[in-house]
Design a binder for this molecule. Structure first.
Ligand code: NAI
Length: 496
């Protein structure tokens, strides 16, 4: 029986009685099963209050003909648990298979990809021993919408989709994360000097949201210099928030600079679910040999424990793991000057288990802070915005032998209708009519801008397209030119 007058015994009793958190677990492919076994052994020994439910995803599912790599039964478990610890999976070579990661992120709305990257010098060699940053990457939008088309013989395009709510969610997440983890600064990285609408929106939303967090410092850098600084002065950064593609590249740069790409875990977090995994892949070259480093998945598991409110267990595991590294107990991939013993996967897990309850002597110990799951409000509905059609960009596939913009200008001016007149032609974004420059490289893809003098309707656009078609010109797509609350929702041509 528990002595309820003894606070330690009382805490242990409460701890014992806390309900187990159901967690889906995917053993993955290649080294997946062995690093997952090692990780779960450490979690169990550390007293993680979780109940695991195995799901099958990855290669075996792909090879059964399920192109997404995940079956309906697995989705059911995921919907029930809302939390997944996932080992890496192998995507079979050849066409037809979809990225399971992208499918899961988008289906479950896992909008935030969070990658803490910390140097472990001198135990893992790095030129930046004080580096300790977190990259919060938008996970669902941007060029990863995967909307690509070949429009002409020469021109291919990929649509960059960015939404206000998507920007607000990720930026807010970054500030909430900074607060919850006692971090002091959030840096936003964009390329809004070039992409004034998409990246410009991300930056503008960042400035708006930052004003609500006066206790957290904030700044903005253009992504190119920002990435260069992460590579050369990473210790100057704290939390970074950025768009999907930049975050993807930057997090690998950061992991490499920390010297620990194989050690990093990451979380993919949404409003209803979260997925935790190592940064690396399934390493088929070393699978089944008990030499893989389980640290990436173990770190992902500690992020998961923090997410489900078990920061105490997460800190215990982190500290034992740091102590194991300090003691020179290393797997082969990180073996170096400080290594005393090279251990296999399971022996490394045993070494961590032996050190549960110990803390690192040199590296900064993890603390079981308040930082649990970050809760975010779904963005509020906004005031109505007046939208008005003022013109249309008609994209042509035109491959006249001479590619003379003035010839096209003349033909299109003649085809213009009463409602819409030709105001500009650009080629790969550069204005080539009126008054283009002979030096400009020309392709077979022409953006022809037509603007109305008053309100324009879709009927005007259809009449224009019929006229362009009758003039023997081939349109491949159109983009409406809209004003929102009187402000243009489209960019000018370069040189316009
Ligand atoms: P990889 O990360 O699996 O391996 C790259 C190199 O790092 C290999 O030499 C490997 O032996 C080594 N390595 C990786 N993890 C290690 C660990 N824990 N301990 C020791 N050494 C480790 O990348 P690769 O070879 O490009 O991809 C292999 C497969 O993994 C592919 O099918 C790919 O699609 C998949 N993949 C899956 C991911 C996921 O499920 N999240 C992420 C990245 C790749």
């Amino acid at each position: 029986m528990t002595d309820t007058t003894n606070p330690t015994a009382r805490a242990a009793e409460q701890h014992h009685q806390a309900p187990l958190v159901p967690v889906a677990v995917a053993y993955g492919d290649g080294i997946g099963p062995e690093i997952m076994r090692a990780t779960l052994r450490v979690l169990e020994a550390a007293g993680a209050r979780i109940e695991t439910h195995e799901i099958e995803v990855g290669e075996s599912v792909y090879l059964r003909g399920v192109s997404s790599g995940i079956g309906e039964d697995a989705w059911d478990v995921l919907r029930r648990t809302g939390v997944l610890l996932k080992a890496p999976i192998t995507t079979p070579q050849g066409g037809g298979y979809k990225s399971l990661n992208v499918t899961m992120r988008k289906t479950l709305g896992l909008y935030a990809n969070v990658r803490p990257t910390r140097a472990l010098a001198p135990f893992v060699p790095t030129t930046h021993p004080d580096m300790d940053l977190v990259i919060v990457r938008e996970n669902e939008e941007d060029l990863y919408a995967g909307i690509e088309h070949r429009q002409t013989r020469e021109v291919y395009q990929c649509l960059k989709i960015v939404t206000r709510d998507g920007c607000e969610r990720i930026v807010r997440y970054a500030f909430e994360y900074a607060r919850a983890h006692g971090r002091k600064r959030v840096t936003c990285l964009t390329k809004d000097n070039i992409m004034k609408f998409t990246d410009g929106l991300f930056h503008a939303v960042f400035d708006e949201v930052a004003a609500e967090y006066p206790d957290v410092a904030h700044d903005h850098m253009i992504i190119d210099i920002g990435t260069a600084r992460v590579a050369t002065r990473p210790e100057k950064f704290d939390v970074i928030v950025t768009l999907n593609l930049y975050g993807d590249i930057l997090s690998d740069v950061a992991a490499e600079v920390a010297g620990s790409v194989g050690l990093a875990g990451s979380s993919n977090v949404g409003l209803h679910a979260a997925m935790f995994e190592a940064v690396h892949g399934s390493a088929p070259d070393i699978a089944g040999r008990d030499i893989a480093n389980p640290s990436g998945l173990l770190n992902a598991a500690t992020l998961m424990l923090t997410h489900v409110g078990q920061q105490d267990v997460a800190a215990t595991i982190q500290n034992a793991w740091l102590r194991t590294l300090e003691d020179g107990m290393h797997t082969a991939d990180i073996a170096g000057e400080r290594t005393k013993q090279v251990l296999g996967t399971q022996a490394f897990a045993d070494a961590v288990i032996e050190r549960l309850g110990q803390t690192p002597q040199v590296l900064t110990a993890a603390a079981a802070g308040e930082s649990g799951r970050i809760r975010l409000d779904v963005p509020k509905k906004r005031a109505p915005i007046a939208k008005r059609l003022v013109g249309v960009d008609v994209f042509l596939d035109w491959d006249d032998a001479d590619r003379k913009p003035d010839v096209l200008g003349e033909r299109l001016s003649a085809a213009a209708t009463a409602g819409l007149r030709l105001t500009m032609i650009s080629n790969r974004g550069v204005k080539v009519w009126p008054h283009g420059h002979e030096e400009t490289t020309l392709t077979d893809h022409w953006r022809c801008r037509f603007e109305g003098s008053g309100d324009v309707t879709n009927r005007d656009v259809l009449a224009l397209l019929a006229s362009v078609e009758a003039a023997g010109l081939e349109f491949v797509k159109t983009e409406g030119l809209y004003e929102f609350d009187g402000k243009p929702g489209y960019s000018m041509g370069q040189g316009q």
